[in-house]
Design a protein around this ligand. Structure first.
Ligand code: APR
Length: 256
């Protein structure tokens, strides 16, 4: 493993990998979006510590836990309202347009890859999307702009017309992972020769198994993150520093 902490040298090393690869996958986590004002999960001052997510079993079993989950969801939404894609998102869109990055596998639920112009059919959302809700019984989609006023007026967790519980379209702890997303993430991991893990602590499974799968299948593994991860020793290259600063020159528009 080679560790680089100097920004210019990190960019040079990344350029080297991008130049020689045929097909790259970007695997992204919350660290990509912190510069957009969206807190990550495991940093000491994360807002998630004040509004911790409710485990799936509690959500299903307990109406009070469901209402609390919605209160926390909307509190987090208020904190992150209006977030725009950052330099990392724009860089990955640019690398897709250049035909270097073929797909983005993301743990993020913020929709910022799509907002940065990456084609939706090349983005795999492993943990769902926080921009809408679904009924846990019939699966139909509910828009937050309809759910929120009803919830705020009644204080009761929203229900679908079918009587099912309505939940944010994200994957809670203990909830089954979306099988199609897992299948696509696996296929992408096995079909690349460069795997870029960006802004993730690489501690949450099964998501964190994909970098290992790609590496075992012969891809080069490059980790871009501000702190050490448990997979650093497995990686070919670790670029430690601020993601936006490292990826800025790869972005769609030159930074002002
Ligand atoms: N530059 C570099 N690194 C950063 C930056 C930044 N600007 N901001 C944050 N980081 C790093 C943090 O130091 C941390 O190592 O990004 C990493 C984010 O890790 P987590 O907070 O654990 O986020 P993530 O890996 O995406 O979490 C995985 O856990 O609870 C869940 O479902 C949730 O998808 C999420 C999953």
């Amino acid at each position: 493993m080679v560790l680089i902490e100097n920004v210019e040298k990190a960019q040079e090393a990344l350029r080297g990998h991008l130049r020689v690869c045929d097909s790259a996958v970007a695997f992204t986590g919350a660290g990509l979006s912190t510069e957009c004002g969206i807190p990550d999960f495991r940093s000491a001052d994360s807002a998630w510590r004040r509004h911790p997510p409710i485990p799936f079993k509690d959500f299903v079993d307990d109406p009070d836990a469901r209402a609390l989950a919605w209160r926390r969801k909307f509190a987090m939404d208020d904190l992150t309202a209006g977030a725009q894609p950052g330099r990392g998102h724009r860089a990955l869109t640019r690398l897709m347009e250049d035909g270097i990055v073929r797909s983005i596998v993301t743990q993020n639920i913020d929709g910022l890859h799509q907002a940065a112009g990456a084609p939706a059919d090349r983005i795999v959302e492993l943990h769902g999307n926080g921009g809408y809700a679904t009924c846990l019984s019939c699966g139909c989609r509910h828009e937050l702009k309809d759910v929120r006023p009803r919830f705020e007026a009644s204080g009761a967790a929203p229900e679908c017309a079918c009587g099912g519980a309505v939940k944010s379209a994200t994957v809670a702890f203990g909830q089954k992972m979306p099988q199609e997303a897992l299948r696509r993430a696996r296929a992408a991991s096995l079909d690349c020769d460069l795997f870029l893990a960006i802004g993730t602590s690489l501690v949450v499974y099964p998501a964190a198994a994909f970098p290992v799968l790609a590496k075992e299948n012969g891809a080069a593994l490059v980790i871009v993150n501000g702190e050490a991860t448990p997979l650093d020793q497995t990686a070919d290259l670790v670029l430690r520093g601020d993601i936006g600063a490292i990826l800025a020159p790869f972005a769609l528009h030159a930074e002002k």
